[in-house]
Design a protein around this ligand. Structure first.
Ligand code: GLC
Length: 789
């Protein structure tokens, strides 16, 4: 749905849900905002000219221009920071690491080199070279303009033929961003979006270049409004305020992303339950309805690990309240769910109802935590509770206040929070659905406007919530889900892709948004299964479910105006497919948890476009970790899937059948299963019933795998188990090395072998025979797997 039709649809829904007065508020708000913002003009750009002089400084060089200055400083052999002055400095919210200059080799005053990269300062611009001296990037010196109270910057970056540009956060656009123009401005598209919508909720000014021989990463540490235009043969990058400061990291991209994640903060290790299936639905209005849904899953033996409560649980959409008439025993309900293995996650919207006598509003006023207009008045905008005030999360006091409220709310027994509307979003009848750009923010005391703080709002709401959670429940790992964010948000929260339409294009768009987020350093991502805003056909629902089962965050959600879609309402075949996908997800838990730990420890991505591991550029398949290749079905009626397989040998999931790459293959895709391949050489730790079974998929050199395990929450001891399968006469040797203080939590270890038939396993001189393809062994250091000749 586009344009006017969408506006009218939204208006009717809003009026129906919130009463007709909300429409008047949305009109009034848009009018006031337009008056405050005035008319936009085009900046009058002026080039900085040519370098007037170079001077060595610690770690790099200072380059003087007529009215500007560049400081190029290495912060490691693979990290170069370029900072332009005059600088509109901002607190370094995105960064996690203190940085020290790194001394490069100086090969003349204009050529600086480290073992990984080099910088050449030219007459017209800069060149970034790799260790072999090959050109990675050429950029022109920038232009500047004054832009209201700000200084705007822009420049051109040369693009090589065949170069792909990826990243930029969540986009409803092919992963290769060339050919598009993208705003760096977090935005709620309003209830539904499909392909081509730009911008979306979570932009990250991170640019990845994929070149035939490697590539590089550029990260702009600037939250101000910006633009990246990749329609031509050069890229254009512009920021309308904020510091013009950026970092360059040479490829390979996997390593560059890990470097970026160390710079902006590694994701925290999630509690293990969060890797299970979550269910949400806007419109579950009573305790009885919520309990009915949870019981529906449990009675059918469908593993549900978390239930999310949307805005319906609140009293008149007042944040930090529960409507006790509709949820008469909220803490009791949450406790019963927990006893049944189902965690409760609660939505939090930043808007605080403007209402005399409402304690959070009164308190917030007293403590001065709300955003203000330039006049000094508290800013207010219409959102779910009608007019609301908004905490200024760029103020430490506001963060502490919010964190305390979050802490109080934890007493209800909830296990996590779902942070919504934090672009920030509000209801405007036309134009930008957010604060006017002139709204004031504290920015840690230095002061600034919304143009600078807008993209930080989601990041800092997540930070405040995380800190509050940590403070009150230090023994647990916070689970937060956010819609908006900025570079660094991965330290605090997972992200979901918002209100996508329930169409096949919506499904494809979702995959792009997920992979784009992953490539932008947000590794824990997921989508609303079936799409948010419409009614998916049973087939679309099932294909979406299957894809989501193989993405980090696995949740079903839908809008109140859509038909109910608990899996048992969609026919036997769908239920069967859902059962299979859920069983697959449950089995994968040890593998996924190990991936989560590697993301938290090393900055390795879970969702991996195939080119990260040496495969082709494609959107038809992706890696889940390095061992699995997922080929989601994105077309109606398809019962086979064509995929460009990367080099190597691949097994069909759970089978002996092999496929060989590189080259296109056609994989069978019956309705109840998603095409899934395993890289030969993998040893996958999986759950089967109560036991842990190692699935061995040998390649020419055997197989390898790791398992990370612990209590599943908190900071207690953990263990790492490393398995190595080595081909030998008549079978395989299997070596098992364990590390860490957490005891082996299973009685035995099960083994399954693919590609060969397992007769049994020898441990300590004893042969244990395989039954139904599995053999169970007590913990060992070395075993011999005997195969049927
Ligand atoms: C926004 C969210 C959606 C939620 C709704 C009501 O549209 O994106 O997930 O259900 O608000 O809270």
């Amino acid at each position: 749905m586009r344009g006017l039709a969408k506006v009218l649809h939204n208006a009717v829904r809003m009026a129906w849900l919130l009463g007709p007065s909300i429409l008047g508020q949305a009109v009034r708000y848009a009018w006031v905002r337009d008056r405050l913002e005035g008319r936009p003009q085009e900046p009058r750009w002026q080039g900085v000219g040519r370098p007037l002089g170079l001077e060595p400084i610690p770690g790099g060089v200072r380059v003087r221009f007529l009215e500007a200055e560049l400081r190029a400083v290495f912060l490691g052999e693979d990290l170069l920071c370029l900072a332009w002055a005059p600088e509109e400095a901002l607190p370094p919210y995105a960064l996690a690491e203190p940085l020290e200059p790194f001394e490069p080799q100086r090969l003349g005053e204009d050529l600086l080199k480290t073992p990984r990269m080099a910088l050449r300062v030219g007459e017209e611009g800069l060149e970034l070279l790799d260790a072999q001296g090959r050109l990675l990037r050429r950029e022109a010196y920038p232009q500047m303009a004054s832009w209201g109270a700000h200084r705007a910057w822009r420049y051109r970056v040369a693009l090589a033929p065949g170069e792909r540009v990826l990243g930029l956060g969540e986009r409803a656009f092919p992963l290769d961003r060339r050919g598009g123009v993208f705003r760096l401005w977090n935005r709620d598209p309003g209830g539904s979006y499909g392909p081509g919508e730009d911008p979306l909720y979570l932009s990250v000014p991170l640019w990845l270049s994929l070149l035939p021989e490697g590539g590089y990463l550029a990260f702009y540490e600037n939250p101000a409004e910006g633009l990246v235009d990749l329609r031509g043969e050069e890229g254009l990058v512009a920021f309308y305020g904020g510091p013009f400061r950026y970092y360059l990291v040479p490829g390979p991209l996997e390593e560059a992303l890990a470097r970026y994640l160390r710079l902006t903060g590694l994701p925290s290790l999630p509690p293990r339950w969060a890797l299970g299936f979550h269910f949400a639905r806007w419109g579950l209005k009573t305790q009885e309805e919520v309990e009915g849904v949870v019981a529906g899953f449990l009675e059918r033996g469908l593993p549900l690990r978390a239930i999310h409560l949307d805005i319906d649980h609140m009293r008149g959409y007042r944040v930090f309240t529960v409507d006790e008439a509709r949820f008469p025993d909220f803490p009791g309900m949450v406790a019963r769910f927990r006893a049944q293995g189902v965690r409760t996650v609660l939505i939090l919207d930043p808007g605080v109802k403007r209402e005399a006598g409402f304690p959070p509003y009164e308190e917030g006023l007293r403590e001065g935590v709300f955003c203000r207009l330039p006049s000094g008045e508290v800013f207010q905008g219409p959102v779910w509770p009608h007019l609301a005030a908004f905490p200024d999360f760029t103020h430490p006091r506001a963060r502490a206040w919010w964190g305390e409220k979050v802490g109080d709310f934890l007493e209800n027994g909830v296990s996590g929070f779902w942070l919504d509307m934090n672009e920030p979003a509000l209801f405007a009848a036309w134009g930008e659905p957010t604060f006017p750009r002139g709204v004031r923010h504290a920015l840690e005391g230095q002061g600034g406007d919304h143009l600078l703080a807008h993209n930080l709002y989601g990041l800092l709401m997540a930070r405040a919530t995380w800190e509050g959670f940590r403070e009150r429940a230090p023994e647990g790992r916070p689970f937060l889900l956010t819609r908006s964010g900025f570079a660094g948000v991965q330290r605090y929260a997972w992200a979901w892709t918002g209100d996508v339409e329930s169409t096949w294009e919506g499904l494809r768009t979702t995959l792009r948004a997920l992979l784009g987020l992953s490539l932008s350093g947000v590794p824990f991502v997921g989508s609303d299964i079936g799409g948010f805003s419409g009614n998916p056909s049973p087939e679309l629902y099932l294909r979406w479910f299957q894809l989501a089962a193989l993405t980090p965050f696995f949740r079903q959600h839908s809008a109140f105006w859509t038909r109910r879609r608990e899996p048992w309402r969609l026919g036997e075949e769908v239920l069967e497919g859902v059962r299979e996908a859920l069983a697959l997800r449950e089995a994968l838990l040890p593998y996924l948890y190990t991936l989560a730990w590697r993301a938290a420890r090393e900055g390795r991505l879970l969702l991996r476009p195939l080119f990260l591991d040496g495969g082709p550029y494609t959107e038809e398949a992706f890696g889940l970790g390095e061992a699995l290749l997922v080929a989601p079905v994105l077309e109606e009626g398809a019962r086979a899937k064509e995929v460009p397989l990367p080099r190597g040998v691949w097994y069909a999931w759970g089978e002996d059948r092999l496929w060989e790459g590189p080259g296109w293959v056609r994989l069978p895709a019956p309705l109840t299963a998603i095409p899934l391949l395993v890289r030969a050489g993998s040893a996958l730790p999986l759950l089967e019933g109560e036991g842990l079974v190692l699935h061995l998929y040998p390649g020419m050199e055997g197989a390898e795998g790791v398992l990370f395990w612990d209590e599943g929450d908190g900071e207690g001891p953990h263990r790492e188990d490393r398995f190595r399968l080595l081909p030998a006469q008549g079978g395989f040797r299997l070596l098992w090395e364990a590390e860490g203080a957490y005891p082996w939590p299973w009685r035995e270890l099960g083994l399954r072998l693919f590609g060969r038939r397992l007769r049994g396993a020898w441990v300590g001189g004893r042969l244990l025979e395989a039954k139904e393809g599995r053999v169970w062994l007590p913990p060992f250091e070395e075993a011999f797997l005997e195969v049927v000749a």
